[in-house]
Ligand binder design. Structure first.
Ligand code: GLN
Ligand code: ZN
Length: 765
């Protein structure tokens, strides 16, 4: 590495060759989840929780060292969330938890709330399925440094002989991800207050013996104003001017840095991390990188495919020409992939050879670093295997089902459009004969103990499929009877048979497979097991019709057929990397379309196709958003345009801040859209009106995220408010979201009040 001429006191850290940006932390068998939940339940004490955590951290470091990494991230562990850890480190937990003395309990209260304290909001970590807690910054927030977590983990790692590189969320991203509250203006204005804390942190880490520190700045891969980029450059100029500090790696991930790259390269930071999987920054265009250590994310940190080593090595070779030095790395933290393929004993052998989970990716990093260092012959076998796997994958017939592909082409060529909204409205009104302000629910009813017991018994082989179906039907019958009794107008079967709204479908579609142990953290202690889409999607048989038919046989009222939309199925799966997402979406859409047609034939008058993830997949860069919206809306329309005008299509979206996707929601052209609105006071209706939305809409009239039962008059108030924005002919009455996480009693009370409120408002129309 070239000496840093701006700052003679700059550290002389040696560049490393192989690393990852972060690791999974829930434990290979979800040990952390169990320990944290036991602590919450009061059955595990803090010392035992800490011991579990320390054991997991050490195991992780040891496995990275054993795998041959020469720089190992530490402080990527978290009891709940690393953004919350950063807020705690900077003294920025909300005022309302300050009275809680115990630091762990204070931390968990900010994360989850308690009887008296509301938690921080949670939102998506960029375009991934991980959720972080949104720090609240008020004018009164006084930042103070508490480096105990990172220092504790660093000391422990160094004591084990680990070449530890502390990882901390950078100040720019921290502020950009936080939410201003209490009249606080734009948060970047407070960078100057954070600077002395980060300087202090640098000194502390250097004193503790850290050679390198990694500041994560993923916010810089989204569209940023010139002012924001300039602010980032100023911060890193100031941090690198410190007289005592470790060498600084600024890590970006989830896309290209674009204009932020020359700005960062112009500062004194020693290293820059680039995502060369999701991003395409060209090092050659930035002469200032010639003096830097470039940490090249060539191994995909967020998908599960085996790396094409040859092409990765090619990218690395290109970098070498225009940078100081190069390290091989993952494109982002391995937080987003399962621990290891070794935990998948039942996996099809061909599939296994195409995949790489966490452990396998670490090996790929080391193999590439070895080859880059000129010792290719030492790792030639890995290259041979990777090449063979990729050839076998390309030739596997499951990836190219000509029948399905030509059917898809035919359907697309036929236009896949519905008649005009007016025409449909008339046809449906006649057939459905619903009262004004029809009442309904979003689909799921409480997942009772009986349901969980039955699912566990089936998994363990204690009951057979027939017994399982019998028990689930009993649940359906209960839920239908309850809805009849409450007086709802449009019923659902309650979804007792669905473990998860994506996995349920993935398990029944060819082209997907479900892992046994492929857990990844979604938020806090919640883990999900995303299915893997590896081939062409074929629906072998109807997936939901028998449940619908049974429910409809119990009532004269319309029961909604209930499906998950193509975009959501992709968003919550690991997807193919050998074809465009748009193409995969259309294949899934075709399967869902076939299901809507079967539901219609089975007597469904209404079919709901949920797309709660539509907004999640939105690209971070505006320049890519329109293309995404075009194909995602197209896939939904493909899925929903196979039915007659008389069949009413509903959709459900779980959020109310539509922002860039508002036009797309109108574009879905669903006859009825249910959305979250209770927490945002029906503002969303105005937003929909502003884009000329004229279809049916069911703004949630009460918040299902809390156990509180809304009073009748409260719901009347919501409906009155809604009616100021939407004519009664278009308004539906429903809760905010599905009811599966709620208790049976509160659901019954809430729905009775909702139905009573609808009756009251109807009478006054
Ligand atoms: N139909 C699903 C349910 O009611 C929708 C869930 C969701 O939107 N996330 O549970
Ligand atoms: Zn929802």
């Amino acid at each position: 590495m070239q000496p840093n001429t701006n700052n003679p006191g700059a550290p002389k850290a040696t560049p490393f060759a192989a690393t990852v940006l972060g690791s999974p932390r829930i434990g290979p068998n979800r040990e952390l989840k169990r320990a944290v939940e036991a602590y919450w339940a009061g059955t595990l004490n803090a010392a035992d929780l800490e011991a579990t955590a320390a054991g997991l951290r050490r195991d992780t470091w040891a496995s990275l060292v054993d795998a041959g990494l020469d720089s190992v991230p530490v402080n990527t562990f978290s009891y709940y969330d690393h953004v919350l850890d950063t807020a705690a480190m900077l003294g920025a937990l909300p005022e309302r938890v300050a009275h809680i003395d115990d630091r762990l309990d204070r931390y968990f209260a900010a994360a989850r709330g308690n009887d008296t304290v509301a938690p921080l909001e949670m939102t998506k970590w960029f375009d991934t399925n991980y959720h972080y807690l949104v720090p609240e910054i008020a004018p009164s927030t006084t930042f103070t440094l508490d480096a105990s977590k990172v220092v504790g983990e660093l000391r422990d790692a160094l004591a084990q002989g680990v070449p530890a590189r502390p990882v901390v969320l950078g100040p720019v991203t921290f502020l950009l991800l936080s939410k201003p509250v209490g009249g606080q203006g734009p948060l970047l204005g407070r960078l100057d207050e954070l600077l002395p804390l980060y300087l202090d942190l640098l000194r502390t880490l250097a004193d503790e013996g850290a050679q390198w520190v990694q500041f994560d700045e993923p916010a810089l891969v989204a569209d940023r104003s010139d002012d924001e980029i300039a602010a980032a450059a100023r911060v890193y100029d100031a941090l690198t001017a410190a007289d005592v500090r470790p060498a600084i790696l600024v890590a970006s991930y989830f896309g290209s840095l674009g204009g932020a790259l020359p700005a960062l390269a112009g500062t004194g930071v020693e290293a820059i991390g680039l995502d060369l999987v999701a991003g395409a920054d060209s090092v050659a265009d930035v002469p200032a990188l010639a003096g830097k250590h470039v940490v090249a994310g060539v191994v995909d940190g967020r998908n599960v495919w085996r790396t094409d080593l040859e092409s990765a090595l090619g990218k690395l070779g290109t970098l070498l020409g225009s940078t100081g030095t190069v390290a091989v790395s993952t494109s982002c933290s391995l937080l987003h992939v399962p621990y290891t393929l070794a935990a998948e004993p039942a996996l099809d052998a061909a599939l296994r050879s195409w995949l790489a989970f966490g452990t396998e990716k670490v090996r790929e990093v080391r193999v590439l670093a070895t080859a880059l260092a000129g010792r290719r012959s030492d790792v030639d076998e890995d290259f041979v295997l990777a090449r063979a796997a990729s050839a076998a994958r390309g030739a596997d017939p499951r990836l190219h089902d000509t029948a399905v592909r030509s059917r898809l082409a035919d359907v697309l060529a036929s236009g896949a459009v519905r008649s005009s909204a007016d025409q449909r409205r008339t046809a449906q009104a006649e057939r459905l004969d619903l009262p004004p302000l029809p009442t309904t629910t979003i689909g799921s009813y409480p997942q009772t103990t009986a349901i969980r017991v039955a699912r566990a018994a089936l998994r363990k082989g204690e009951i057979d499929d027939a017994e399982y179906v019998r028990r689930m039907r009993a649940e359906v019958a209960d839920v239908v009877a309850l809805q009849e009794d409450i007086g709802l107008d449009v019923l659902v079967h309650g979804e007792p048979e669905r473990n998860d709204m994506v996995q349920y479908f993935a398990e029944q579609l060819d082209g997907f497979f479900a892992t046994a142990n492929g857990w990844v953290q979604s938020y806090g202690s919640r883990c999900v097991r995303p299915p893997i889409l590896f081939g062409d999607v074929v629906r072998r048989a109807p997936m939901t019709t028998s449940w619908f038919e049974y429910a409809q046989s119990l009532t004269d009222k319309p029961v909604k057929g209930m499906l998950t939309g193509p975009v959501t199925i992709l968003a919550w799966s690991f997807v193919r990397d050998d074809q465009a997402l748009a193409e995969s979406a259309n294949q899934v859409a075709l399967a869902i379309r076939d299901e809507t047609i079967d539901l219609e034939a089975a007597g469904a008058r209404i079919v709901q196709v949920d797309e709660p993830a539509l907004r999640e997949l939105l690209p971070l860069r505006r320049s890519e958003q329109q293309e995404y919206l075009d194909w995602s809306v197209g896939a939904f329309r493909l899925a929903t345009s196979g039915v007659a005008d008389t069949t009413q299509i509903h959709t459900h979206l779980c959020y109310s801040e539509f922002g860039e996707v508002i036009d797309a929601i109108a574009g879905l052209d669903a006859d009825v859209t249910s959305i979250e609105a209770a927490r945002s006071h029906m503002e969303v209706l105005g937003d929909l009106n502003a884009v000329g939305f004229e279809l049916g809409v069911g703004p949630g009239v009460y918040d299902i995220h809390s156990p509180r039962v809304p009073a009748v008059d409260e719901v009347v108030g919501s409906l009155d408010e809604a009616l100021r924005a939407v004519p009664s002919e278009r308004l539906w009455v429903n809760p905010d979201c599905g009811l599966k996480t709620r208790g049976r009693d509160e659901v019954e009370k809430s729905l009775r009040n909702m139905v009573a409120a609808a009756a009251k408002v109807r009478a006054a129309l």
